[in-house]
Every structure is written in structure tokens, then in C-alpha cells.
Design a binder for this molecule. Structure first.
Ligand code: ASP
Ligand code: MG
Length: 407
């Protein structure tokens, strides 16, 4: 890369201990000495965020959202300050900023705030003065001046948003895996690293359980055309580029198979089948920030329909409370839920022009005697909800049947 501005993001495992922090500092200094301006985004060290969350729940059954954000943002403050010290130790000037100091302005939704604007003047000045700038990931300041967090994994979003705001030449996301794979290598050892994926494919992968990049960061990258390079801070080898599709390139039909066991399935049974009911149900869920994913409504019998949907298990209690109220309000017959489910998805831009992918997927699952509970599709994805116990077997069978290990 010609000299320019590069944003480098380091996840929790990349800065887990002093030794890792020194290795990361060396890499940053090397990049700086090649003539690049460097803006760094860091996550909290190792499992710090989980530890802080546990602490909060040790003292409170329902930690106030504002205080929880205040607590969680402290993790990134520790790593940004230590990283700056390690960089200065190597002889390069470095200065750290919290999200708030960096001008990252968000809405007021504690725990999953959205970035509204970045007022990056202070960062620009620090860069112009010759500093390596280190910004705390995963956080900002709301329009009503409260400290907010962007949701788990939010440092990726901080990095891509800063890259967009500063018009960086690239955003490098350093993590403990060496890129984006055709499946989770812990489930399918034959999984292969992809040299590149399109924004749309990466969006689908992140949305369906590909744990490499936070979904919102990919949306940001696509909307602002930020090229993202996902790579390892343990081997430093080139990883996977996430960028625009090149029309000239021969597309693989399927790029990967993802899985996700973080959601539960909910059904509201026997709701009146007339206009406005679905709107009422999903407005209630949206108002309480329950992130609904797949939705299925069956054909009604006797003017009564069942509405099923999936949502994060993390929102289970919240969702059940809302559903109970809806059952009473809509005079529905009742409700059920099942947390022992998982979703397996095939993603590939080539699906648009190749019919038969869904049919083949269902055949592969049938041959494995795996029952499909829900199905949903987009132009470049097919997803099936199956029993949790069948998820990993489904991933391996699909990876083999679609020959994803082969180039
Ligand atoms: N430290 C936060 C988390 O663990 C943010 C991040 O790592 O991106 O979710
Ligand atoms: Mg992360």
C-alpha cells in the first residue's frame, strides 16, 4: 500500500496481556515507520468485558443501563492507555482518546447505541501533529451527553466508522483468526480461508453467525465503500479482503456456510387474521429493541393464524414479557417458545444466477435425517432453523456437499 491513512483495529485476544500489547505496539510502530498515518482502535483486554458484566450482575439483578455502559467502557480505557504507553516506549508519539473524546456521537440507546455522527477534528489534529492515535472501541457519547456502548463486538464498528470519517485507505481488523472462512474451522476443520468476499456476502455471513465481523461494521463499510482487511495479529499473514464485487471476476456459487445458536424461536398461536396484527406485534418488539430475525406467518384457518419468529436468546425474558401482553391484548390462543434451536445458512453471490441451491440444501439435510423447522431466503442466502443438536452435523454435511473445501 502506498503511504496514506490506515485504521488498525485490535480485538480483545490481540491485546489480552502485556506481551500481546507489546507485539501489537511493535506492529503499529512498523506500520508508522513505513510512512503511514495510523489510527488504532482497541477492544478491552481478553475477557474483560465479560468479567465486568459478571461484576455488574453480582451486585444488581437489573443493572441500570447508564451505569452498565459507564462500567463496560472502562475496559477499553485500560487497553488504549496501555497500548499508547507501549508505543511511546518504542519511540513513537501516541495519544489515546475515549469514544467521547474522539467525537463519536451516538443515539441514546444504552447497550446498543447507533453512531449518528463523528466529529473527528480532534483526531485529525492529533494525527497532523505526528501522533499514532489510539481510540477506545465500542463506545461513544449520546446526543444527551451520556456515555454509551455500541453492543457486543462494537469495536469493529468504531474502526470502520472512523475509517469512513477519516477517509482512510483501508481498515484492518486484527483478530485471532486469519480471515473469513468457508465455515467455522472449529466445526469444520476442512474450512478454507477466502481471499475476498463482497460486502453483501459478508453482511449475510455476519447476520447469520459468521463471528468474524460485527454486522453493523459491515453495513458501515458497504455504505461508505471502506475496504476492510480481516487478518490475524498472531501470524500477521494476509487475510480476507471485504470489498465491492468485481463484476469481471468468476463468482463462486456458494462462499460459505454459517451457523448460529444464539437465537430462540417464539410462536404466537391463534391470532386474529386481519390487517394491523403483524404490525402491532412487531412494533411492540421493536419498541423494546428486541431484534427480530426470521418471521413466518402460516396460512390462517378459521381466521386465526400463527406467527413465529426468532430473536436473540439474550432478549428471551424481554420477548416473553411482550408476547404475554400481546396474547392478552390480541385475544390470541396462546404462545410457545423453544431455545434449543440453531440456524444453518448458505451464503453466496452466485446464487442469484444459479437455481437449485435451496433444493440441494434441503436434500442434503434430508439425507442426514435433519428436520427443518423454519426456512428463510434472500437473493444470496438460504437459511434453515433446525434442532440445536443437529447444527454442527448440518454444517459439515453442507460444506462437503457444496465442495467448499476446494478452490
Ligand atoms: N469489548 C467489547 C466486547 O467484548 C467490544 C469489542 O470487543 O468489540 O464486546
Ligand atoms: Mg470482538
Amino acid at each position: 500500500m502506498a503511504s496514506g491513512l490506515v485504521v488498525q483495529k485490535f480485538g480483545g485476544s490481540s491485546v489480552a496481556d502485556p506481551e500481546r500489547i507489546r507485539a501489537v505496539a511493535e506492529h503499529i510502530v512498523r506500520t508508522r515507520r513505513q510512512g503511514h498515518d495510523v489510527v488504532v482502535v482497541v477492544s478491552a483486554m481478553g475477557k474483560t468485558t465479560d468479567d465486568l458484566l459478571r461484576l455488574a450482575h453480582d451486585v444488581s439483578q437489573a443493572p441500570p443501563a447508564r451505569e452498565l455502559d459507564m462500567l463496560l467502557t472502562s475496559g477499553e480505557r485500560i487497553s488504549m492507555a496501555l497500548l499508547c504507553m507501549a508505543i511511546v516506549e518504542l519511540g513513537e508519539p501516541a495519544i489515546s482518546f475515549t469514544g467521547s473524546q474522539a467525537g463519536i456521537v451516538t443515539d441514546t440507546t444504552h447497550g446498543k447505541a447507533k453512531i449518528i455522527e463523528i466529529r473527528a477534528d480532534r483526531l485529525r489534529e492529533a494525527i497532523a501533529a505526528g501522533n499514532v492515535v489510539v481510540v477506545a472501541g465500542f463506545q461513544g457519547v449520546s446526543t444527551s451527553s451520556a456515555i454509551t456502548t455500541l453492543g457486543r463486538g462494537g469495536s469493529d464498528t468504531t474502526a470502520v466508522a472512523l475509517a469512513a470519517a477519516l477517509k482512510a485507505d483501508a481498515c484492518e481488523i486484527y483478530t485471532d483468526v486469519s480471515g473469513v472462512f468457508t465455515a467455522d474451522p472449529r466445526v469444520e476443520p476442512a474450512a478454507r480461508r477466502l481471499a475476498r468476499v463482497s460486502y453483501d456476502e459478508m453482511l449475510e455471513m455476519s447476520a447469520t453467525g459468521g463471528r468474524v465481523l460485527a454486522l453493523r461494521s459491515v453495513e458501515f463499510a458497504r455504505n461508505h465503500g471502506v475496504p476492510v482487511h480481516v487478518r490475524s495479529s498472531f501470524t500477521w499473514e494476509p487475510g480476507t479482503w471485504v470489498q465491492d464485487e468485481e463484476p469481471s471476476m468468476e463468482q463462486a456459487i456458494i462462499s460459505g456456510v454459517t451457523h448460529d445458536t444464539s437465537e430462540a424461536k417464539f410462536t404466537i398461536e391463534g391470532v386474529p387474521d386481519h390487517p394491523g396484527i403483524a404490525a402491532r406485534v412487531f412494533r411492540s418488539l421493536a419498541e423494546r429493541s428486541v431484534n427480530v430475525d426470521m418471521i413466518v406467518q402460516n396460512v390462517s384457518t378459521n381466521d386465526l393464524a400463527d406467527i413465529s419468529f426468532t430473536a436473540p436468546k439474550a432478549d428471551l425474558t424481554e420477548a416473553l414479557g411482550i408476547i404475554d401482553a400481546l396474547v392478552v391484548e390480541l385475544q390470541a390462543r396462546g404462545s410457545r417458545h423453544d431455545a434449543a434451536i440453531g440456524r444453518v445458512s448458505l451464503v453466496g453471490a452466485g446464487m442469484k444466477t444459479h437455481p437449485g441451491v435451496a433444493a440441494k440444501m434441503f436434500e442434503v439435510l434430508a439425507a442426514e435425517d435433519i428436520n427443518i423447522e423454519m426456512i428463510s431466503t434472500s437473493t444470496i442466502r438460504v437459511s434453515c432453523v433446525v434442532h440445536e443438536d443437529n447444527v454442527e452435523r448440518a454444517v459439515r454435511a453442507l460444506h462437503a456437499a457444496f465442495e467448499l473445501a476446494e478452490v
